[in-house]
Design a protein around this ligand. Structure first.
Ligand code: UD1
Length: 419
């Protein structure tokens, strides 16, 4: 299995472009199931999670083809609206086919998902949503089985804010009979991007980007063309890579408005940043301060940047208290950062990081999930000697050639065959 080998000590500098957002592309790909015919999606990143989604769409009767970052999906009725365990287990986001399949075909059998093992990550809110819309749902032998002749608009009040749950609700409600009101909806830019795609298909939706979204169901939708938004998590990771090396990195093709929470935290630490309409640049810093952090739903600080920010805090002057506010078990990277010499005490949902410039030294570490892999690579960029990050398949699920992007900025980093 591939590993990433990084030798620390190089200051990064230069310009690097952001790829399309994984977390916007995935729901949008599943939303294509809502209308037969040819959809064209642009700015789709080349990632393992996108490959997994393509395989699942093919199993559901679609034909897909890629030309660079453009992905064509031809949708036609499958023999059976079945998402089998084999294809679903690799990626938790596969649960997002539940809403579209049920809305379109009146039935769906979707395996319970796998994906990153962060916290328990149940799917109860997805299941409850389909019930609210009038479906009969049971869980049998590891499958969610849902049926409804036609879904009926309803009021859906999420007791807990959920990105995927909001997306599934939207994709089911667009073809339901009557009006649906989604309250305590997720405001993430990826949800807004999904709404833009659904609207291009002919859906009637209002209120995206706020906590109340209303949907008026229509009888049928049309295939559409759409360009996926830039990946704010990748852009943030690249900025943090520049910051942790004290370097000067400009991240282009991003949306600075989506990264305000990170930029504010970096400024609090004493970093200078410049920005334009579609770029952000971190300026060189010889030292920086610690700051406390709590992850929260958008526009709060994203949980998907928590591990990478923690790597930066290992090099700060002072102590940082990092609180994970979204997931129960998202500190698995702590043990690995400690192997590199970091001084971190994890306590349930809080980690106390005692920062110190320098102090990390290369070691062999293991990537435990997608964002943890990025955190370990960032730490490797400033650790003395060589760090080898194993189990890199997690990284490939969500970052398009991260090692190549970092190497182009001057990092000493390469992928090796670890078998
Ligand atoms: C999405 C993102 C992921 C990000 C997360 C939070 C995608 C493909 N993934 O994941 O990268 O970290 O948002 O921003 O877009 N929950 C339940 N029951 C459910 C669903 C969720 O209890 O049925 C809980 C989760 O365990 C978690 C919280 O709700 O504690 C938020 O999860 P959610 O927003 O649903 O995350 P995902 O959509 O899975």
């Amino acid at each position: 299995m591939d590993a990433i080998v990084v030798t620390g000590g190089r200051q990064l500098s230069g310009s690097v472009a952001t790829s399309g957002a994984k977390n916007a592309a995935l729901p949008i790909l599943f939303a294509t199931l809502l209308a037969d015919g040819d959809h064209v999606l642009e700015n789709v990143p080349a990632l393992r999670d996108i490959d997994s989604t393509e395989l699942l769409l093919r199993a559901l009767g679609c034909r897909t083809s890629r030309d660079g970052h453009s992905l064509n999906v031809n949708v036609s009725r499958p023999d059976e609206a079945l998402a089998p365990y084999d294809l679903v287990r690799k990626m938790r986001a596969s649960i997002l086919c539940l809403g579209p399949l049920l809305a379109r075909y009146g039935e769906a059998r979707v395996s319970l998902p796998g994906g990153c093992a962060i916290g328990t990550r149940p799917v109860d809110l997805h299941v409850d949503t389909m019930r609210r819309l009038g479906a009969d749902v049971s869980v049998e032998a590891g499958y969610v089985i849902a049926r409804a002749e036609r879904l009926k608009g309803a009021r859906i009040l999420f007791e807990k804010l959920t990105v995927g749950g909001t997306e599934n609700a939207l994709m089911a409600a667009v073809l339901a009979e009557g009006e649906t009101l989604i309250e305590n909806a997720a405001k993430e830019p990826e949800v807004v991007d999904l709404v833009h795609f659904l609207r291009a298909m002919g859906a009637k939706i209002e209120g995206e980007g706020t906590s109340v979204i209303s949907v008026t169901g229509v009888d049928a939708l049309e295939p559409a063309r759409h360009a996926v938004i830039p990946d704010r998590i990748e852009a943030g990771t690249l900025l943090l890579a520049g910051a942790i090396t004290g370097g000067n990195v400009r991240v282009t093709a991003c949306n600075p408005a989506h990264l305000e929470a990170l930029v504010a935290k970096l400024r609090e630490c004493g970093f200078d940043l410049a920005q334009g309409d579609d770029w952000l640049e971190v300026l060189p810093a010889a030292a920086w301060n610690s700051t406390d952090l709590t992850t929260a739903p958008y526009p709060g600080f994203p949980t998907d940047l928590q591990a990478q920010f923690m790597a930066l805090m290992t090099q700060a002057s002072g102590t940082s208290v990092i609180t994970e506010g979204i997931f129960e078990n998202r500190f698995m990277h702590v043990q690995e950062l400690v192997r590199l010499g970091a001084d971190i005490t994890p306590m349930a949902l809080v980690a106390v990081v005692r920062g110190k410039r320098g102090g990390l030294s290369g070691a062999e570490v293991m990537a435990t999930d997608l964002r943890a892999s990025a955190s370990l690579i960032l730490a490797g960029l400033i650790a003395g000697g060589t760090t080898r990050v194993n189990r890199i398949y997690h990284l490939d699920r969500g970052y398009e050639h991260l090692e190549k992007k970092l190497a182009a900025l001057g990092a000493d980093i390469r992928r090796v065959d670890g078998s």
